[in-house]
Write a protein that binds this ligand. Structure first.
Ligand code: SAM
Length: 269
């Protein structure tokens, strides 16, 4: 299952909704409370998860621009029905190339989720410079931060997590990616350009019943481990079969670390 497939995005969405950091989301909501209208641009929208998760926390009259480079995902992102005072438009853009275009027009809030760990430091710096030039608030949710703890513990967990995190640093279309360092990088840069940053963890907490998503993640760790660790295919297959047997026995738990940030230009709160 690719990390951009509609199937994967559908699988993770309910966990993302629960994981979003409530303090950070409340701060986003408070920043716009009392306004009649809000215009939001959501970068790398996928199937529109941010609109569904964040829309209910914003003023009722909303104009959303959903941006992604995948036409297939954009087709799924356009809601078949919206509340009367919500308009949604989709725009196909390659954000690696056409970032400025994405930020054209009247915007009150820039959002994204599960994107920042995929981008390079240079691209993130460019995004922050463009956002700061326009003095726009920025909500970036669900940035993977490299922490993952599976229970029960199995030998080679650590090597496979290290291999997975190494792979997170590879080029995902924006240059060598920040991976687990992305949220800290974003928070620091926003502060450097005169923003106040609220941040908090938004970890996935999977219990024994959350089998499909754990299964998909363990399979990804195993596949990537073949490329990024010194473990043999046999050792990786054995690790995966232990993980799958704990899942089948209803004993598997997994916590995966994420960070949410909300950055607001100081002086406009
Ligand atoms: C992990 S998904 C997150 C999707 C959505 N924000 C969510 O939380 O469900 C990353 C998204 O980035 C989009 N993406 C990746 N590279 C892109 C690029 N160069 N330009 C625009 N979108 C891109 C993918 O198509 C995908 O929808």
């Amino acid at each position: 299952m690719s990390e951009y497939s509609a199937e994967w995005l559908e699988l993770r969405e309910p966990y993302d909704v629960v994981a979003r950091n409530a303090v950070v989301l409340d701060t986003v909501a408070a920043a716009f409370a009392g306004r009649a209208t809000i215009s939001v641009v959501d970068l790398a929208c996928g199937t529109g998860a941010t609109l569904r998760a964040v829309g209910p926390h914003l003023p009722s009259r909303q104009n959303w621009t959903l941006i992604d480079h995948s036409l297939a995902l954009l087709a799924l992102a356009l809601p078949s029905a919206t509340p009367a005072r919500v308009t949604v438009t989709t725009t196909a853009l390659d954000l690696a190339r056409d970032l400025k275009l994405a930020l054209d027009g009247p915007i009150d809030l820039v959002t994204t989720s599960a994107l920042l760990d995929l981008v390079s430091p240079a691209w993130l710096d460019r995004l922050i410079a463009e956002v700061a030039e326009r003095r726009l608030p920025f909500y970036g949710a669900l940035t993977y931060d490299g922490r993952a703890v599976a229970e029960p513990v199995v030998s080679h967990d650590l090597e496979l997590l290290t291999g997975f995190n190494l792979h997170q640093r590879t080029d995902k279309g924006f240059g060598p990616a920040l991976g687990p360092t992305a949220a800290a990088h974003a928070a620091k840069r926003f502060e450097e350009v005169g923003y106040a940053v609220v941040q908090g963890h938004s970890d996935w907490m999977f219990g024994p019943d959350d089998r499909a998503i754990q299964d998909a993640l363990f399979a990804a760790w195993a596949d990537i481990g073949l490329l990024t660790t010194t473990l043999s295919p046999g050792q990786i297959a054995e690790w995966l079969s232990w993980r799958q047997s704990y899942l089948a026995q209803g004993r598997s738990k997994l916590r995966v670390g994420h960070v949410d940030i909300f950055a607001q230009p100081i002086g406009t709160r």
